[in-house]
Design a protein. Structure first.
Length: 110
């Protein structure tokens, strides 16, 4: 059986989901911001994240990735058709949030 928990993160109020199996292996979906805080929740729940999945590449869905990658050394994947959005994430984040961001490396899936 799969379980999930919804987190609302970042200035944009993005929905982030933790989805895990009975053995506590988990994926993180759309870590929109606050990667360190997401990691604290993961650790408190004793989850073992194996990957980050993105529903699409808008900046407000990727801001927490770098922290999570540094902490857990896990890959990130998303649909190939949205890969171009990650390339534009810096500009859109600067426009909407008035701050500069670093964009993560993401593997595109078909």
């Amino acid at each position: 059986m799969l379980n999930y928990r919804r987190l609302i993160v970042g200035e944009m109020g993005t929905n982030c989901y933790l989805v895990w199996a009975e053995d506590k292996t988990a994926i993180v979906i759309d870590p929109g911001d606050e990667g360190v805080e997401i990691a604290q929740i993961i650790d408190e729940m004793q989850l073992k994240p194996t990957a980050i999945m993105l529903t699409h590449g808008h900046f407000d869905h990727i801001l927490g990735i770098l922290d999570l990658q540094l902490i857990y050394k896990i890959p990130v994947a998303m649909g190939k058709k949205d890969a171009f959005l990650v390339d534009r994430a810096r500009e859109t984040a600067e426009y909407y949030l008035k701050r500069k961001i670093k964009t993560p490396k993401i593997k595109s899936l078909n």
